[in-house]
Write a protein of this length. Structure first.
Length: 286
């Protein structure tokens, strides 16, 4: 059994949700990493992790944030973060802090691995700069994003073959192919995931389908997916951003600007939305 301390932790704000939208449905791993860096820490943001890697970090005294699926009977499926702080090989379980269930949560290895796969086995390790050498030694080739995404592709390909009806495996395959620059392959994998029926909250958290469809010229699909998302949850700035881009590509500039302005109202620091809106304004003024 290994339960390391978390001596590196210090108090911070109770939330990293951006102003003014404190009801933001998604704080991405990138946003968590940016916040940790703003507090003076370094962060490794990885994908295609495995249980052995998690245990190596925990044994070395580094808690790990894992992004995973999460099912609450009264609410259904959603995305969630767990802070893993220890493990017990004898009991085949992790010890975790959980914002929903509180501290002292235990997660069986098998159940955790299944839910973790819903988000491409994403993990973050937050550490003081002086510990960088230890973290890099544990990571090995995982310090290179290209290596990680190649590994993610291999895992997803293997899982789709072994479990051809696993919606998350197909979704992960789409994301890995997108990162490899295989746009048509990514779109096809996402199509398969859609046909199997991904959870309705899926595009609250992961936006690969928007990008893959947009970059393959499937602008109407982007508008439809984003609109379905926004019909249930109107304050999703990522859906507004991608719908705005797709509307612009379709020539609907007024609708595009409205969406991009709404995205920026929800997240004023949304640089991609600001740049796209600036480009549209420049084009309109010619």
């Amino acid at each position: 059994m290994r339960v390391p301390g978390a001596a590196w932790h210090r108090e911070g704000p109770s939330t990293v949700k951006p102003e003014p939208n404190k009801a933001d449905k998604n704080v991405s791993p990138e946003e968590l990493a940016a916040y940790a860096r703003s507090q003076g820490y370094q962060v490794h943001y990885g994908v295609a992790g495995d249980l052995s890697l998690l245990k190596q970090f925990l044994a070395a005294g580094f808690p790990v944030i894992a992004e995973s699926g999460f099912v609450v009977p009264e609410h259904g499926w959603m995305g969630h973060y767990r802070l893993l702080v220890g493990y017990d090989d004898g009991g085949q379980r992790f010890f975790a802090f959980d914002s929903y269930y509180g501290p002292k949560v235990t997660l069986g290895y098998s159940d955790f691995a299944g839910m973790w796969s819903h988000f491409n086995r994403t993990y973050l390790v937050v550490y003081p700069p002086k510990e960088a050498g230890k973290v890099e030694q544990i990571l090995g080739p995982r310090t290179h994003p290209e290596w990680m995404w190649k590994q993610a592709l291999e895992v997803a390909l293997s899982q789709t073959k072994a479990e051809p009806t696993n919606v998350y495996a197909w979704f992960n395959l789409g994301t890995a192919l997108l990162k490899q620059g295989n746009l048509e392959g990514a779109a096809e994998a996402y199509d398969k995931a859609r046909s199997l029926g991904w959870p309705w909250r899926m595009l609250w958290y992961q936006f690969g389908p928007f990008e893959a469809y947009y970059r393959t010229g499937r602008y109407t699909d982007v508008v439809r997916l984003a609109s379905a998302n926004l019909a249930k949850t109107p304050d999703l700035e990522e859906s507004l951003y991608w719908r705005g881009r797709a509307q612009a590509a379709l020539g609907n500039l007024r609708l595009a600007k409205t969406d991009l302005q709404a995205a920026l109202k929800l997240r004023p620091s949304y640089s991609e939305a600001a740049q796209t809106l600036k480009s549209l304004d420049a084009h309109s003024s010619r």
